[in-house]
Design a protein around this ligand. Sequence first.
Ligand SMILES: *Cc1c(COP(=O)(O)O)cnc(C)c1O
Length: 421
Amino acid sequence: MEFEIQGVPVSELAREYGTPLYVYDAEVLRTNYQRLRENLHPAVDVFFSLKANPNISICSYLGSLGAGAEVSSLTELITAQRAGVAPENIIFLGPGKTTKELRACLDAGLHAVVCESLEELEALDALAVEAGLTDVPVLLRMNPDFQTKGGGLSMGGKPRQFGVDLSVLRQSAASLVRTLRAARVIGVHAYMGTRILDYSDVVNNTTNILSIAEALCEELGVPLRTVDFGGGLGVPYFDNEKELDLNALHGEVNAVIEQFVERHPQTRLIMELGRYLTAVAGTYVVRVLYVKESMGERFAVADGGTNHHMAAVGVGSFVKRNFPIRSLTRYHDPATAPITVTGPLCTPNDVIGKRVALPPVSPGDLLGVERSGAYGPTASPVLFLSHGYPAEVLVHDGTPHLIARRDTPADLLNRQHLVRF
Ligand SMILES: *Cc1c(COP(=O)(O)O)cnc(C)c1O
């Protein structure tokens, strides 16, 4: 029995759209989003971080479910706008916004621009005056003085290019805020790290950020209209990892939020999430080209590899840990023997899975890397060996939609200029 998505056999998708292929299940996106929504305090708005999956249809679908958008580049901003997310539900952040991007934010009339330095705040203010605007809403991204261990990268609580150190905000932001002519600080943003799987980290983050935000806005003499307390909720990929406990989260985080809401019923609360909203809905589908053996180890060489799925390499850990990899052709068959799954690149690092326990694998079989809906091709060296971007398909109500076509040689070559010698 092969793998099916909403009754559509994966072999049909592979035949229609080719491989390598990213397949997303809209039903999983929806149930996942709604389960989070039901467990989260109603005062908290969920914003989708496009960084995790910048496809316009994914954004539009999550938007239709009620998610706002957190964008970090001009193209991501345009994506969210075209996907139909209302400007009052879009925020723009990132440590290196260009003048062009800041102007686009002003034109768009976003809920807020998240300023990551006092210099940027001054620059935005000047641009806003130039554009004849008043009351341009701004969130100050702070780098607080506490850390979150979490599972993944820590983004705050130590020297970082992101945001403004809390101590600097306390020392010098008040005088700057008073001199602003068009930009208006309406609250605070903080993002502590990614891949958090322990709910108590979320509780601590939320508690700390809300209380710092409250004190800081008081000190700066600015209203507390919005607090974005980040997110970074993770999904388990590896054997030793466990699903985030949504029930516990529901109880304890919401209690913290409820206390805050009682004091500040008018404040908008935002949680921005990328991985958590999309990861489990996506499968990276590759076709096995060759099965071979080298010095006692079996290899399945596939038509796609880490060029589309860099995360599968497992950078940053000594022991390679495998993403969940399944035979999509023999989806329910028991594993018989370990086999190493590699891609088409001419580098020994192009290993999607090391000694994966799989049912028998033959050339022509489809293999899938599951939980791959976040940080897939967008975070991978897709141009390596000039393979280009894979196709992406979203299955919705039993109907597959091509949401990004694969790059052709012409796509890749048309951007280059031939100088004949
Ligand atoms: C990357 C990033 C996100 C999304 O992180 P996830 O772990 O995918 O949820 C949100 N906010 C900021 C500031 C980020 O840098």
